[in-house]
Design a protein around this ligand. Structure first.
Ligand code: C5P
Length: 228
């Protein structure tokens, strides 16, 4: 069984902050990975920093959403960074997912379903006719068809997604307290793992404030979880 992981969302442009996150999470009883999103990867020295990382689980959250040729070319363009995981929006369509999977090699390709910051009202505004549940279910089937290695969805959809998607399930939208920030579909770490998530993505609840204390709080919250 894959060991449960927690990916820390390294959402900053400051390398010193990333170094501190890594320092505080190294040699922990929890297996941590580091997720770099558009903010850091597009910052002046972000790419170079990622290329210097050794022996870390890395996740390039590019959230690629484009035509098949551009999706595949983008994955090839970041090959030198040796990411363990890279994301693509499932809404790019089956052909694009297949094209990306064809060139992703050892990097696990993660399909991002409906963002955890969206709810049914927001989907309606965009023009979708289905609700979150139906769309995520449909996208999970597409991710399975394209043989993706993992899927991102909210913890609220994990049970349903597991019926049709058989690999890793990664859930952002993780919160301990009542403050959800901009996230709409949230769950606590403990409940997300209990629902069947194989890994979690956690950003601000760990990176804002005292990281060391936040990690302690997380470990305490998850204690007695034998699969960590
Ligand atoms: O700070 P917070 O825990 O909300 O960060 C969540 C991270 O997960 C962010 O980096 C965000 O880009 C990412 N993410 C998400 N929802 C998705 C996919 C990725 O929040 N559906």
């Amino acid at each position: 069984m894959t060991k449960r992981k927690i990916f820390i969302a390294c959402d900053t442009t400051k390398i010193s902050e990333i170094k501190n996150i890594i320092k505080q999470t190294e040699n922990s009883e929890i297996s941590f990975g580091y997720k770099f999103g558009l903010e850091f990867l597009n910052s002046k020295n972000g790419r170079k920093f990622v290329s210097s990382l050794k022996h870390k689980i890395t996740f390039g959250d590019y959230k690629i959403a484009d035509i098949p040729n551009t999706c595949a070319s983008t994955i090839k363009a970041v090959k030198d960074l040796n990411f363990n995981y890279i994301t693509i929006h499932i809404s790019s369509g089956l052909e694009a997912l297949k094209a990306a999977k064809k060139v992703s090699g050892k990097t696990k390709l993660i399909g991002v379903s409906i963002l955890t910051s969206l709810n049914n009202k927001a989907l309606k505004e965009i023009g979708y006719k289905s609700d979150v549940k139906k769309l995520v279910y449909q996208q999970a089937k597409l991710a399975q068809k394209a043989k993706l290695d993992a899927i991102v969805c909210s913890a609220k959809e994990v049970k349903m997604v597991k019926k049709v998607f058989k690999k890793e399930i990664i859930t952002p939208g993780i919160r301990f307290s009542s403050s959800n920030d901009d996230q709409k579909r949230v769950m606590t770490p403990k409940n997300a793992f209990a629902a069947g998530a194989t890994s979690l993505v956690i950003g601000r609840p760990i990176t804002k404030g005292n990281i060391k204390n936040n990690i302690k709080h997380l470990i305490n919250h998850l204690k007695n979880d034998s699969k960590l």
